[in-house]
Design a protein around this ligand. Structure first.
Ligand SMILES: *Cc1c(COP(=O)(O)O)cnc(C)c1O
Length: 400
């Protein structure tokens, strides 16, 4: 039995079977490199699903962790913790929001956003509004409320009944949105680029019309920036490409570069929806996590990782388009923004994905046909160039 087989058997005996794993056991990482059990090296184009944005095992972060781990890790939110305030100050400086609530994941950030939107409508605006409208192809998380918002049958299978008050309309359909909004509508939630949904960017005209419609009807607009936020698309937040100011913004994935942390931000006005005791979490932004996330933001700002993501991302998309030109018919589109890139194939991509993994490139396949890249924002062009070369080879080998 191989080492990997042995681990697989052990896992089957010990863990709930919720995950389909890649056939790799990762042993260590550094920057945009990973190494498996056999010491095989990989170029990581996925970064823990848009999480390790400043690379694996960043030295500066390791230093912060070591130091803070010996000072204070967690005391709960029963106490004042200035580390949270240092973090909040840096985070809020990146956008128009006035208040933050810290939690532990993307789903929890969205859960907090949904709760805040309902409570703001019901307690501040005195409206009997609770419904949340989302869009086909979206992904907002796996808690019951966020999976209800996500709305995909495969994520809801066997979990009935879903919580009430969630409806979904077609992605980009402004008339459908207009029809769906009623006096019961509390909020609309959307990703500027649907990540899990196959790297599908929002249409700017639709977005502007949706924001205007929300404003007109007193409906809150929630930007789910869990994947697209924190410099990935070339700005701090992907909504900033469109000159809009959402009422609520959610974040997680890259916030602590691999430690579990989420944040919900809201305008001062909307944040009034929460009162003391309205919402809470035991772990939210402990001292260690806060220090790490603060350092992540400091590095992103200092090293201008938004600009870097924009430059390197644009360069990579050009490079992938070259590959596409050489294999007309195999690649339908290269799309995305900054370093959130989807390469859509004209055929199911499992074999291509497998062949790329064999060649040492880690990325993921969404919606069957879309190769998704969400590498560290610090990735070198040379690594993306090697990937483009490998993709070309694979398409050649497969006769595509
Ligand atoms: C990953 C993701 C989530 C859920 O985050 P978790 O940390 O897995 O709960 C929510 N929204 C978007 C857009 C995501 O990409």
């Amino acid at each position: 039995m191989s080492e990997l087989e042995r681990i697989k058997k052990r896992e089957e005996a010990l863990l709930c079977r919720t995950y389909g794993r890649y056939p790799i056991s990762v042993q260590k990482g550094r920057g945009s490199r990973l190494w498996d059990l056999d010491g095989k090296e990989y170029i990581d184009l996925l970064a823990g699903i848009a999480v390790t944005s400043i690379g694996h095992c960043n030295e500066e972060l390791a230093g912060v962790m070591e130091q803070q781990a010996r000072k204070l890790v967690h005391v709960s939110n029963l106490f004042y913790q200035e580390e949270q305030l240092d973090l909040a100050e840096k985070l809020l400086a990146t956008c128009h929001c006035g208040k933050a609530f810290f939690c532990n994941s993307g789903a929890e950030a969205n859960e907090a956003a949904i709760k805040l939107a309902r409570r703001y409508q019901q307690r501040v605006k005195k409206r009997d509004a609770y419904e949340v409208i989302s869009f086909s192809g979206c992904f907002h998380g796996r808690t019951l409320a966020t999976v209800a918002a996500t709305g995909q049958a495969r994520f809801q299978d066997g979990f009935a009944p879903m919580p009430e008050g969630f409806t979904q309309v077609a992605w980009g359909d402004i008339e459908a949105l207009e029809r769906a909004i009623s006096p019961k509508t509390a909020a609309v939630i959307l990703e500027m680029i649907q990540g899990e949904g196959g790297v599908r960017p929002v249409q700017p005209d639709f977005l502007k019309a949706a924001v205007a419609l929300c404003k007109e009807k007193g409906v809150l607009f929630i930007a789910d920036e869990v994947q697209g936020g924190l410099c990935r698309t070339g700005k701090w937040w992907s909504f900033q490409h469109f000159g809009i100011e959402p009422d609520i913004v959610t974040s997680a994935k890259a916030l602590a570069n691999g430690l579990p942390m989420g944040a919900m931000m809201a305008t001062d006005e909307v944040a009034c929806g929460f009162a003391q005791g309205s919402h809470a979490t035991t772990f939210g932004a402990g001292a260690l996590l806060s220090k790490v996330a603060e350092k992540v933001l400091e590095i992103m700002d200092r090293d201008k990782l938004h600009d870097r993501a924009a430059d390197v991302g644009a360069w990579a998309m050009d490079r992938f388009n070259e590959v596409s030109l050489k294999h007309p018919g195999a690649i339908t589109t290269v799309r995305g923004k900054g370093l959130l890139i989807g390469i859509e194939l004209s055929f199911p991509g499992k074999e291509v994905w497998e062949a790329l993994l064999q060649k040492g490139f880690i990325l993921n396949l969404t919606q069957e046909k879309v190769l998704r890249l969400a590498p560290a924002l610090t990735i070198e062009k040379a690594d993306l160039d090697s990937f483009a070369g490998a993709l070309e080879e694979v398409l050649q080998e497969k006769g595509k």
